[in-house]
Design a protein around this ligand. Structure first.
Ligand SMILES: [Fe+2]
Length: 511
């Protein structure tokens, strides 16, 4: 009897142990950090603010360092929405970090401090609204790209007053927010709610602010103040001071939700008159390079008086179609599809590309301050769902993004990290002309492949620039070969033996 009781106890333990483990995990999640995100309040090269949420109030600790043994710790008061600013960091440096209360910790994450050099690579997007599958798709696309940080032009959710919608938004965007700094402005759908201000900490007044990254001075404006009974007066005073302070920056980019110009009925009916009357003259007088907005749910690029206006208003939001009756003369390109814009800025060049959710190139525009030939590889990091031994057609797209025609052939070598090489000859290309090369490639195993394209002429090719005549991009081959872990195997054997043991006990009892 005693042996039987012991056996039954053992079986009960074996069966219930996974349940016990699950129960304990669920219980511990009251102080489990979730919704991690990174912003800047001060110098982008030496500071970063780490924010997160816990279900219950608990203390706020960030451990950080250049490897996952951390070595540094910053502590703040107990909170539910936690914000801890790290200062005294080194520029251009990858840091590991984790957050928690001293007992319960997040996973290990990394961030990279801003550059002290003359290069920036960022994502511009906005209008995710509460379309969860669509906004998750564009978030996944963005998260697979190589960039430093992103700027978001507002309309995160349908109703900024609904706390549940913010939780859903963080659920959808957290994979990206835990490792890429995220700077944003308010849209009309935020309803100027405290949720926005509680979640995101930004410089100064937060509803409008500026920050610098590499060669760019960014200005974030609250373009919806008139919706809440306010005026632009205070912002304009601040803006004029700010532009005077940072007048030496070669590149000045404004982020706002409502556009200055757009081929929309709203524009046609005068909804943007206040911005055109009050803000555009300041932009023109102070050499603003680009104004990025959203609100109209499509992509549109417009040019007026040396300023590029971009409507990037579909990071998930319901798509609007342009009515040609409202097309304005300044409109150069538009497309009604979900998208994000990747912008790369060097000392003398700004290079923007708009991508659809499937990573295909939708529009591109380059500002060159020096007239020299320049080739760019348009390929982005891509995942192919193929297994080892299967072949895949790879298309490499090369574009002349210089302001001048390239009159000679350019000898080019493609080297793949598994040792393959492929020689291609790029024909003479007029300014903004592109050429495609197709290659049937067989993956020798699952995993990440780096493709390096090198030209025989210096200063000839860009894209994730390592050297002036070299571009790198990668293909991630996701195979179907999957094996379970050792622990999974052991648990499987234990479960099978437990089931067999129960059957034997029951049969013995029946006898
Ligand atoms: Fe909007």
């Amino acid at each position: 009897m005693k042996i039987k009781a012991t056996k039954l106890l053992l079986v009960t333990f074996l069966i219930l142990s996974p349940i016990t483990i699950t129960f304990q995990t669920t219980f511990a999640q009251d102080t489990q950090p979730i919704h991690l995100h990174l912003t800047w309040q001060h110098d982008t090269t030496t500071t970063i603010t780490v924010s997160w949420r816990t279900a219950d109030k608990t203390s706020s600790i960030v451990q950080y360092g250049t490897d996952d043994s951390y070595g540094n710790e910053e502590t703040r008061d107990e909170a539910v929405l936690h914000h801890v600013e790290l200062v005294g960091l080194n520029p251009d440096t990858v840091y590991h970090y984790r957050v928690g209360n001293g007992e319960v910790w997040s996973d290990d994450y990394t961030f990279k401090t801003g550059t002290s050099g003359n290069h920036a690579r960022f994502i511009a997007w906005g209008d995710s609204r509460h379309n969860r599958p669509e906004r998750r798709a564009i978030m996944n696309t963005v998260n697979s790209l190589d960039f430093d940080f992103s700027v978001f032009n507002g309309d995160f959710v349908d109703s900024g007053l609904d706390g549940g919608q913010w939780i859903d938004w963080f659920e959808d965007f957290s994979p990206l927010l835990s490792h890429k700094p995220f700077m944003s402005v308010l849209g009309n759908h935020e309803s100027n709610s405290s949720h926005y201000y509680n979640y995101f900490v930004y410089p100064g007044k937060e509803e409008y602010y500026s920050f610098n990254y590499g060669p760019i001075h960014f200005i974030g404006l609250h373009s919806c103040v008139p919706y809440y009974g306010g005026t632009f007066d205070e912002q304009i005073n601040w803006l004029l001071n700010d532009l005077e302070t940072y007048k030496d920056y070669e590149w000045k980019i404004v982020i706002q939700h409502r556009p200055a110009y757009s081929s929309s009925k709203r524009n046609h009916e005068g909804d943007y008159d206040d911005i055109q009357t009050l803000l555009v003259p300041i932009y023109e007088e102070h050499n603003i390079t680009m104004v990025i907005a959203g609100h109209d749910h499509w992509y549109e690029r417009l040019h007026k008086n040396n300023i590029t206006y971009v409507v990037a208003g579909a990071a998930g939001a319901p798509i609007y179609t342009i009515n040609e009756d409202y097309r304005i003369a300044e409109s150069v390109y538009s497309e009604s599809t979900h998208h994000a814009v990747l912008i790369e800025v060097f000392e003398n060049q700004l290079d923007m590309r708009a991508f659809r959710t499937d990573k295909t190139l939708m529009d591109q525009y380059t500002i060159n301050k020096e007239d020299k030939p320049d080739l760019r590889c348009n390929n982005l990091p891509t995942t192919y769902n193929i297994s080892k031994g299967q072949s895949q057609n790879v298309t490499i797209s090369i574009m002349n993004i210089g302001e001048v025609d390239i009159l000679e052939e350019t000898k080019t070598k493609v080297e793949i990290s598994n040792g393959e090489t492929w020689n291609i000859t790029i024909p003479p290309l007029d300014a903004y002309e592109s050429v495609e090369f197709k290659y049937e490639w067989t993956a020798s195993s699952n995993g990440l492949y780096t493709w390096t394209i090198t030209t025989d002429i210096e200063n000839q090719i860009d894209e994730v620039v390592e050297d002036n005549n070299q571009a790198k991009f990668c293909f991630d081959v996701e195979g179907t070969e999957k094996t379970g872990s050792f622990i999974d195997s052991i648990l499987g054997v234990v479960s099978a033996l437990s089931a067999l043991f129960i059957v034997i006990v029951i049969m013995k009892r029946k006898r």
